[in-house]
Design a protein around this ligand. Sequence first.
Ligand code: ZN
Length: 408
Amino acid sequence: MKQTTCRGCGRSGLAVVLDLGEQPLANAILKESDLALPEPRFPLVMAYCPECWLVQITENVPPEVLFREYTYFSSVSDAFVEHSRVIAERLIAQRGLGPDGLVIELASNDGYLLQHYARAGVPVLGIDPARNIAEVATARGVPTLAEFFTRDLAEELATTGRTADVVHANNVIAHIPDLNGFVAGIARILKPDGVAVIETPYLRRLVEQLEFDTIYHEHLFYHSLTGLSGVFERNGLTVVDVEMIPVHGGSLRVFAMRTGAGQAGAAVRSLLAEESAIGLCSAAYYAAFAGRVAALGVELKTTLADLKSQGHTIAAYGAAAKGAVLLNAFGIGTDTIAFVADRSPHKQGFLMPGVHIPIVDPDQLVARHPEECLLLAWNFADEILAQQAQYRNSGGKFILPGPKLTLV
Ligand code: ZN
């Protein structure tokens, strides 16, 4: 199950960036009764390829284990639906899309993005392996194939005339083990002048903002423009444009066309030069990141131990995957954290993976009033701090772990 060669260029000699040890699956919350059973753990090691600078984890957890209970619906997040409406309208106008066009989305989820094209009268096709989610999408007017997108499926679509003016792939290209097949498949289903629009969390933001808790088994890749460009070139696509978007702590939005149909624009050349200038293609860049993660761990554990020694009760907020990664990576468990508050009723009553801290309703922050609360869901910091005004007004403090430890 361990990956010894680069998933992009195929060369051996992946170099370790960060070894987070044997970790449970970050989304696998447990019931009390599950504690009698062994909890699966897998090595969690981030590495880079010194040849093509593709950053990846070295473990391949079988997908049937990983995506066993995948229940995330994109439309749950209003901000994400709105973000999708804006890009759809922009591409409809830019490319003059109408009833003769076709827009395909890979990992189309419940149709959160394609619905905006469908409403404007542009034919759409969603592709998503989760059958229950594909049914929801189809019912709302977004025809969806419940299949994995592979080279073979791309071939079948192309030979039956289903080639696209626009192909979207949001937050999926970091998850696909056969990265080359996926990208070659995109090249195959694009019309000669079609464009692929691919959004993925940006490695540089992860490093700069110390978002190491977004490293977990589902995320096989941590993409830079340098790494992605290499993969695209090998598989018949050229990156023509790139922009930064404020999704998932900072993401890349990459526009690619079939090689020969377009050329790298100024934004692409300038971002590649920037990545080179900050040393993103050097061992030192990754060593410095690993050092900062380790230092944060020491500082956080020392701070929590000090507070405990003063007799404080400490809670945490946010039972999502990133919280599980932070707690497990730093070994922060039930002896330090009394409970984890989370708004999702689907998580309350369960235990955090690995460290087994109970997950409860956020009203417990006011009811039990721990002196401090470690904010694990930093991506929703503003929203959570506002919601917890009562807790904070009565003296409760939030501990923000990264990129610099702060108490607010
Ligand atoms: Zn490589």
